[in-house]
Design a protein around this ligand. Structure first.
Ligand SMILES: Nc1ncnc2c1ncn2[C@@H]1O[C@H](COP(=O)(O)OP(=O)(O)OP(=O)(O)O)[C@@H](O)[C@H]1O
Ligand SMILES: [Mg+2]
Length: 258
């Protein structure tokens, strides 16, 4: 459903700070893929998501989303088809607005007219139903400002907001990294539940090896814009934490690709 064809990206070309992140990077992402992306700091994980979401333009190569060339599409054009959740819970929701208003805004994303925050009975029922999936009691707090929610509650709400418009692709950029371990597990379970229920193609960047092993059907490890590992199915299921930790050690010991 998403194809990268020979993507290249260098930041600050021609300057002393020149930084090549991708050089002829290609990858095929299937409709049913839930990909966990691992990699050390600076590997290119966020840049990959920035390229997909239109925040960063590639220098060369193509990106094809469901048969349509979206390489030159702006972030605004892409946000109708691609949803993203960030590490910082404050980025996915608007704290000064209520849960109802946030959900209303997400539901009307990409629409120019008709946005109204007046409580609409039909939406109210719908929002209560989808919030019920979280089992966090948010369905009884529709009029509560989001600033009064905990980080975990906000990330869970951000997840619901991200998928309310039925995106073709869900991007998760370390979306549980700022949460305490217990809340992080809860949000991951919610993530898996929503991804499965909606059959969403998902790319999740994480530094949590346990999460990368437990969730998704495919695991990619990036290093300097290259795929050190790209495995799925049984091969992913039989991969161990020890093997992954060994790879991270190899990277730092041998400075691979140098
Ligand atoms: N806008 C930018 N301008 C210049 N250099 C950038 C920019 N964005 C990323 N880079 C550089 O590209 C490289 C890859 O960065 P990226 O943020 O993709 O890494 P990452 O894998 O997400 O790392 P982390 O695990 O620390 O989040 C880094 O060397 C970074 O300094
Ligand atoms: Mg990053």
């Amino acid at each position: 459903m998403l194809k990268f064809e020979n993507i290249s990206k260098t930041f600050n070309k021609g300057s002393a700070n020149e930084q090549m992140v991708f050089n002829n990077f290609s990858m095929d992402i299937g409709k049913d893929d839930f990909i966990c992306v691992l990699g050390s700091n600076g590997a290119g994980k966020s840049t990959l998501l920035n390229i997909i979401s239109g925040k960063t333009r590639v220098d060369e190569g193509k990106m094809i989303l469901n048969g349509i060339d979206v390489t030159m599409d702006t972030e605004y054009e892409k946000c109708k088809r691609i949803s993203r959740i960030f590490q910082d819970p404050s980025l996915g929701t608007n704290p000064s607005m209520t849960i109802y208003e946030n959900l209303s805004m997400a539901k009307n994303k990409g629409k120019r007219f008709g946005l109204s925050f007046l409580i609409n009975k039909k939406d109210e029922e719908y929002f209560k139903k989808i919030l019920g999936v979280l089992c966090l009691g948010l369905e009884d707090k529709l009029n509560t400002p989001v600033s009064q929610l905990s980080g975990g509650q906000r990330q869970s709400l951000a997840l619901i907001m991200a998928v309310i418009g039925e995106p073709e692709l869900l991007l998760l950029d370390e979306h549980t990294a700022a949460l305490d371990p217990k809340t992080s597990e809860i949000v991951m379970d919610i993530t898996e539940k929503i991804v499965k229920e909606k059959g969403l193609t998902t790319i999740m960047v994480t530094h949590n090896i346990d999460h990368a092993l437990k969730y998704g059907n495919r695991l990619i490890m990036l290093h300097r814009g290259n795929k050190l590992i790209d495995i799925s199915g049984d091969a992913k299921n039989s991969l161990t934490k020890k093997e992954l930790l060994g790879l991270f050690k190899d990277i730092s010991d041998k400075n691979l690709f140098n």
